[in-house]
Write a protein that binds this ligand. Structure first.
Ligand code: SF4
Ligand code: SF4
Length: 165
């Protein structure tokens, strides 16, 4: 047998009076207002990602001004988005090869981190950059000039990789 409508909620006398329930609701609202804020006033208030964050991939530039990359092409081979183009050339330096052209198409990149994972020289790493907007296609093609980043700036990510690989 279906319960009669008035039995369904089974309210107490004070619940039927509404006022205590309204006060309970207001107390809950007040508690939430006094809690620590979880929202951020972005973009004025920037988020600083932890070292585990995978932002845009960049190339590591040593303190002596030499890039780590030896143009082996592994990153380009493994990239699932076909976002990397590397052209190798020979150099007199100890490393013998360097990339005369290294480009990443940031419109294709899906920030998967595979390039960072396969690189034998730790020459390409995921930076903390997460803000990128382009109005022209050409601006999204990052060449060496845009990609090379001083090793000191990438230290937190490199230390994270050493600790967790
Ligand atoms: S992060 Fe992934 S998609 Fe982006 S360049 Fe590296 S391998 Fe390609
Ligand atoms: S970044 Fe690393 S994997 Fe890619 S070409 Fe250079 S050395 Fe090879």
């Amino acid at each position: 047998m279906q319960p009669r409508k008035q039995d369904k909620y089974n309210l107490t006398f004070w619940e039927k009076m509404y006022i205590p329930e309204i006060l309970k609701g207001m107390k809950l609202t007040l508690e939430q207002m006094l809690k620590k804020k979880e929202t951020r006033e972005y973009p004025e208030e920037k988020w600083v990602p932890p070292p585990s964050y995978r932002g845009a991939p960049v190339l590591v530039l040593e303190d002596n001004g030499v890039e780590r990359c030896v143009a082996c092409g592994l990153c380009s081979r493994v990239c699932p988005a076909l976002a990397i183009e590397v052209h190798a050339a020979e150099t007199e330096d100890e490393k013998e090869r360097y990339p005369e052209l290294f480009e990443i198409n940031m419109l294709r990149c899906i920030f998967c981190g595979f390039c960072e994972e396969v690189c034998p020289e730790e020459a390409i790493v995921m930076s903390s950059t997460y803000e990128m907007a382009f109005t022209r296609y050409e601006d999204a093609i990052f060449d060496k000039e845009k990609l090379l980043t001083p090793v000191e700036k990438l230290r937190p990510r490199l230390e994270y990789l050493h600790a967790h690989r």
